[in-house]
Design a binder for this molecule. Structure first.
Ligand code: 5GP
Ligand code: ZN
Length: 140
C-alpha cells in the first residue's frame, strides 16, 4: 500500500468506496466523479503506477474482471455500449498514480467521442516507417 494513494485507501477499506466486484488481486468500484452513470474503475489491489508494472498473472486477473464487468456495468445502467480504457502515464491524462481501467457506459447520441478523439491524428506514416515501428515493437 502506498501512502497518500486514494485507491490504496479504497482497497484497504480505510475510506469508503462503492465496491462492485472483488477478486484476490483486483477490486472494482464506482468512480466518484463519473463521466456517465455506472462509470467504474478496476484496479489491482497492490499499488502499481503503470500497467507495465503489474505482474502478468495479476494483469490477467485485472482484465478478467474487466471482461466480466463490461456487460454487468452496461446492463446495470441500461447503456448501449461501454468505452474501456486506461490513461497509462501522465502524458495520457493519468491523474491517480495507481493504475486503473475505466469502464464508461455509453448511450446512443450521448455526444461523446471514440478512442480516436483522444489524440490529434499524426501525419500519415510511410510504409517504411510503419514497418520500422512494428519491427521495433516486436524486438527484431
Ligand atoms: P485518471 O485520470 O487517473 O485516469 O482517472 C482518475 C479517476 O479517478 C477519475 O475518473 C476520477 O473521477 C476518479 N477519482 C478521483 N478521486 C476519486 C475518489 O476519491 N474515489 C473514487 N471512487 N474515484 C475517484
Ligand atoms: Zn495505490
Amino acid at each position: 500500500m502506498a501512502e497518500d494513494c486514494i485507491f490504496c485507501s479504497i482497497v484497504s477499506g480505510e475510506i469508503p468506496g462503492r465496491i462492485v466486484a472483488e477478486t484476490d488481486h483486483a477490486v472494482a468500484f464506482l468512480d466518484a466523479n463519473p463521466l456517465a452513470p455506472g462509470h467504474t474503475l478496476v484496479v489491482p489491489k497492490q499499488h502499481y503506477g503503470r500497467l507495465s508494472d503489474v505482474p502478468g498473472d495479476e494483469a490477467a486477473e485485472l482484465f478478467d474482471a474487466v471482461h466480466e464487468l463490461s456487460a454487468a456495468v452496461e446492463d446495470a445502467v441500461d447503456a448501449d455500449a461501454v468505452s474501456i480504457g486506461i490513461n497509462d502515464g501522465e502524458a495520457a491524462g493519468q491523474e491517480i498514480p495507481h493504475t486503473h481501467v475505466h469502464l464508461v457506459p455509453r448511450f446512443d447520441g450521448d455526444g461523446g467521442g471514440s478512442f480516436h478523439t483522444i489524440s490529434p491524428a499524426s501525419e500519415s506514416p510511410t510504409d517504411e516507417e510503419l514497418d520500422e515501428i512494428a519491427a521495433t515493437i516486436r524486438g527484431d
